[in-house]
Design a protein around this ligand. Structure first.
Ligand code: IMP
Length: 426
């Protein structure tokens, strides 16, 4: 039996979609365990590009894909994706949705917007998809679950109770109230199409694991956006860390065998919040353009920073990485000198951890070492040995600082431009 988790080690957008798609060629089942349509995964193969936000990136290869109970699901986005995929010849009948996952309702994005406006300096810069408000309802025990689409009476009762409260809040904040009948009709129509996909996902998944299926867990966002271990409050409202897989997918903790940390060869961040290695000059501009560093969901230009080993060590501690996949290495081609952050200076002291206090993290000065870059085109490289010596040294240094072996690296967006150094599934 073999299961592998794919986890973002930085602030998301590390290329998890690409690696999930690549490994899904060997996997039987691919499972998402948190987040919602705030994620944006780009998958490219055979000259085709797919951008998906909710459906697991394994949809192109695996025999079964599961949206786990830890997710918050906007059915409108989901049905849009399912239609797009079907029109482009992808079979979506293998998509299963946990009946315990929560629904994003039309009022959640509106509430997200109001909450952001009220936060002033503490504005998170959310994707405004209603992710935070949907998780708030889940934990307040008033959320509506996917399985409840199959029980119109219960759905109606919960919608009524929610609307009473939500509409009062919306009106008080200058927004229009929502109409019960309109939402009820809209969601019951979604229910018709989604019904065959809604199942007890944990039950099915555990059976697959017990039968020896190869299972891939696909994380969304990254550990620095984790509600507990990220740069709180500038985080998302779920736990992208591998530690949340057992809860978000409904499996025993010991069923996770490998945790593959997806690492961008530099750093990026969208949204607000401190980012110690951020820089903004011609080199950063070049990286942004070559790396197509614009948000998949919001199209915002991503902030660019140097590689930060302190962050990867933090992710290793809270997420248990067993291997690294270094992404977008080709984007660094032509950068003369590459900086790597090995720790921070905070109030005159050197620290090698991520402080929890956001104001402290904001004043951390990165301590850099500098490595020479390379100028050779590496987009057609197919092995570690055929990389320029400086690129090899860069990967080796990342590996040494992270304390985790590099098992894959990527030199371009296509599935073919992925180099594997060791087997991932045992
Ligand atoms: P939310 O998840 O929409 O609430 O946004 C919270 C923070 O997470 C914001 O800084 C977003 O930009 C960031 N975020 C959410 N999803 C992603 C993602 O898939 N990639 C990168 N950043 C994300």
């Amino acid at each position: 039996m073999s299961t592998v988790a794919v986890v973002g080690t930085q602030w998301g957008d590390e290329g998890k979609g690409k690696i999930t798609d690549y490994l899904a060629q060997e996997a039987d089942v691919v499972v998402r365990y948190q987040g919602g349509d705030n994620a944006g995964h780009t998958v490219e193969f055979n000259g085709q590009q797919f951008k998906i936000r909710l459906v697991p990136s394994g949809i192109f290869n695996a025999k079964m894909v599961i949206m786990g109970n830890g997710m918050v699901i906007n059915p409108k986005t989901l049905l849009g994706e399912m239609t797009m995929l079907t029109e482009r010849g992808i079979d979506v009948s293998k998509l299963l949705i946990s009946d315990r996952a929560h629904l994003i309702m039309p009022y959640h994005p509106e509430i997200d917007e109001i909450q952001e406006d009220k936060k002033g300096e503490l504005k998170v810069g959310t994707t405004k998809r209603g992710i935070g408000p949907a998780y708030m309802d889940k934990f307040a025990r008033i959320g509506i679950r996917v399985g409840e689409l199959k029980d119109p009476e219960l759905f109606a009762l919960k919608l009524r109770i929610n609307l009473e409260d939500k509409n009062e809040y919306l009106r008080a904040n200058g927004k229009e109230a929502f109409d019960f009948d309109a939402i009820y009709a809209e969601y019951m129509a979604y229910a018709e199409t989604l019904r065959p996909h809604i199942i007890d996902a944990s039950y099915i998944l555990n059976k697959e694991i017990d039968n020896g299926s190869k299972v891939l867990f696909e994380g969304a966002q990254g550990v620095m956006l984790d509600i507990d271990h990220g740069t709180y409050p500038y985080v998302t409202s779920s736990n992208p860390s591998a530690a949340s897989i057992p809860v978000g997918a409904g499996i025993p903790p010991q069923s996770i065998h490998e945790v593959l940390g997806i690492v961008k060869a530099y750093s990026t961040r969208v949204g607000d919040g401190p980012f110690p290695t951020e820089f903004d000059d011609e080199v950063a501009h070049g990286i942004r353009e070559r790396g197509r560093e614009y948000g998949t969901v919001t199209k915002r230009p991503r902030r660019i920073g140097w590689f930060d080993a302190t962050i990867i060590q933090h992710t290793r501690r809270v997420s248990g990485l067993t291997g690294l996949s270094i992404m977008l290495l080709d984007v660094l081609t032509g950068v003369e000198e590459l900086k790597i952050c090995t720790g921070y200076r905070l109030n005159g002291e050197v620290i090698e951890y991520v402080p929890s206090l956001i104001n402290e993290f904001a004043t951390c000065e990165p301590i850099y070492e500098t490595l020479p870059g390379w100028s050779e085109d590496i987009t057609k490289v197919t092995s570690f040995d055929s990389l320029p010596a400086n690129a090899q040294a860069y990967l080796k240094r990342i590996e040494a600082l992270a304390g985790v072996p590099v098992v894959m690296f990527s030199v371009g967006p296509d599935r073919e431009q992925t180099i594997r150094l060791k087997p991932i599934f045992k």
